[in-house]
Design a protein around this ligand. Sequence first.
Ligand code: SAH
Ligand code: MG
Length: 196
Amino acid sequence: MNKEELEKVKKKALDEHIPIIMDDTLTVIQEKLKNTKVDNLLEIGTAVGYSAMCFTEFLSKDGKIDTIERDIEKIQEARINVKKVEVEDKINIIEGDAVEVLPTLNNKYDVIFIDAAKGKYPFFLKEALRMIKTHGIIFADNILYKGYVMSDYNKHKQRTAVRNLREYIKEIMENEDLETEILEVGDGLAISKKIK
Ligand code: SAH
Ligand code: MG
């Protein structure tokens, strides 16, 4: 991988206020995956490909990433970026709305990273649970949404997002097949390991 090009992608994304994964969130995920063999990783929300490109470092030798994005301009930029960073053979960008794409997928994944429309997190979880391998890990970014999720905040246009993020948290906490922790890194990160 070409790290210099990756740094350029990061800088441009930050300049353009694209909500790419935060450094501390990435560090936590890296720690978690250190001792995991990652052959298949699914990402929901590619944006310009930054996090997916970072995740290629956690893959096993022939490991692959599937990543879903619906915004056509972001997809085009992501395609250019994965070539520049020389990881295009490891990243498969799937075009379309994840709500429609996910039900068509039937792979098993070691890792699933949820990082797209917050109002759809409960649906993404349902699909992730169908495709995660036993001992696999589901990460959900932005789960605390600027602190709104854990406050009594509910009079706002982000109401639906907040309600759905709370529902996501409730479901992962109650699911006995999962071992879950929620960390206040970045914008909040939920980590759910499938233990059975
Ligand atoms: N994972 C990226 C950042 C993703 S930002 C990184 O860390 O580098 C969230 C992205 O999800 C946006 O580009 C947005 O267009 C996309 N998105 C939101 N809802 C989606 C959906 N339902 N289906 C597909 N993509 C979606
Ligand atoms: Mg995010």
